[in-house]
Design a protein around this ligand. Structure first.
Ligand code: PLP
Length: 415
């Protein structure tokens, strides 16, 4: 590596002459960082910011950042927990016992699933950390993770960082956005270690049934794969409650579920999540997390325990608010003759676009002509082409305004 030197800067002020920065060296990033897929949404952010600077009028529905406040009893619990001496020290690597017990009870109450408090729980700073950790502990260079297309873009990055490869199964409307395992070539299966699913699904909004999970479990068992469900939208099933993979018989033999408090309790900024399931994977995860990420702030764990242990009324209220928004947006778009399904879960609406546009050009049109920012489907994979994803993370009045702006835009009818 040949470092590039930039010139030091000399500043002459009334206070004297200063050398700022000394000699700067531009270090080359490691290959694994260079190989990381580019962030599709970073460019979109710049476009949104540029339009907003001009108009100050953009309604941003391109991201999944919850806008509803964290329920008050959880915030109050954090305030109390901060002043506790035990929380000002390092907490146990495996997480506080109270939090692990809260997780165990929560899974028992919500999903009728039995989780061993000592051997089947790993705690981390939000689902993203867990999603990154699983490939790190299971993949050797060249091993495959099988996932879906479209999918949450982070999956590609985590597999790449772990030196693995990714194989994606299309999610099609005709299949209810569920993958068809028969399509996986034998040579991929021979090198695959993980089957990574995400139901309720970002970006399509599809939910999975218990029978789909049961057949996924037996497929994974037969092919010696760890089945992982990213359950980030666990509480956001509108017409029926989403199924937990852990409630399926035998799941702990070869499966793991990743849970986060980000969406269930609007705690995205708090950074807390956990995995439950197969004890051997949990053991490897706990080893990796202790070295790579250390511990989660004890006060956050206490407040997270309050969230899991208390009545789930506030989480139901959060879901009901998103449900109202979904109903308003979907029925409004249908009145404009847009082709859109009634989203079953998550806080996204997956919308088919007119054939004469790409998902990027259609998102650009909405941004420039209506100052409405949405996510182009192709950012989630090639089978996301032909769609946009609209987030439900703004109040009903704002969504009414979105519909008004789209009405004025007068797109071709009936696409
Ligand atoms: C499918 C999916 N998994 C995980 C996450 C991240 O969750 P966390 O905030 O717990 O890191 C998101 C966030 O948008 C998501 O959509």
């Amino acid at each position: 590596m040949v470092p590039r030197f930039s010139r030091p800067l000399l500043y002459i002020t009334r206070g004297g002459i200063f050398l700022v920065g000394g000699v700067k060296v531009n270090f080359q990033a490691a290959n694994r960082i260079k190989k990381m897929p580019v962030n599709f949404f970073a460019e979109l952010d710049q476009q949104i910011a540029a339009v907003n600077v001009k108009t100050r009028n953009v309604i941003d529905l391109s991201k999944g950042n919850p806008d509803i406040p964290t329920p008050n009893h959880i915030v109050e619990s954090l305030k109390d927990a901060v002043s506790k001496k035990e929380n000002q020290k390092y907490t146990p690597f495996k997480g506080k016992e109270g939090f692990r017990k809260a997780i165990q009870n929560f899974y028992q109450r919500q999903y009728n699933a039995q989780i061993d408090v000592n051997r089947e729980i790993a705690i981390f700073h939000g689902a993203v950390v867990g999603i990154n950790a699983v490939p790190q502990v299971l993949l050797d260079p060249g091993d495959y993770v099988i996932t879906t297309d479209p999918c949450y873009p982070e999956y590609e990055t985590t597999v790449s960082l772990a030196g693995g490869r990714i194989y994606k199964l299309p999610l099609l409307q005709t299949n209810g956005y569920l993958p068809d395992y028969a399509q996986i070539p034998n040579e991929i299966l021979a090198k695959a270690k993980i089957l990574l699913l995400n139901y309720p699904n970002n970006p399509t909004g599809a939910v999975a049934s218990a029978s789909f999970f049961a057949s996924s479990l037996s497929f994974a068992r037969e092919k010696n794969l760890l089945l992982v469900n990213d359950f980030a939208y666990a509480s956001l099933g509108f017409d029926k409650a989403p199924v937990s993979l852990m409630s399926c018989p035998g799941a702990k033999e070869n499966a793991l579920e990743i849970y986060t408090l980000s969406k269930t309790y609007s705690m995205a900024g708090w950074r807390v999540g956990f995995a439950v399931g197969n004890a051997s994977v949990i053991e490897a995860l706990n080893k990796y997390l202790a070295h790579g990420h250390s511990t989660v702030f004890g006060a956050v764990q206490d407040a997270a325990s309050t969230a899991l242990n208390s009545s789930q009324e506030s989480s139901v209220e959060i879901k009901e608010e998103y449900q109202k928004r979904r109903n308003l947006l979907v029925s409004g778009l249908r009145k404009l003759n847009w082709s859109v399904e009634m989203t079953a879960g998550t806080f996204f609406v997956w919308v088919k676009i007119p054939v004469e546009y790409t998902s990027v050009s259609f998102a650009k049109l909405l941004l420039e002509k209506a100052q409405v920012a949405v996510a182009p489907g192709s950012g989630f994979g090639k089978y996301g082409e032909g769609y946009i994803r609209i987030s439900l993370v703004c109040e009903l009045e704002k969504l009414e305004e979105v519909l008004q702006r789209l009405k004025i835009l007068k797109l071709k009818e009936g696409f």
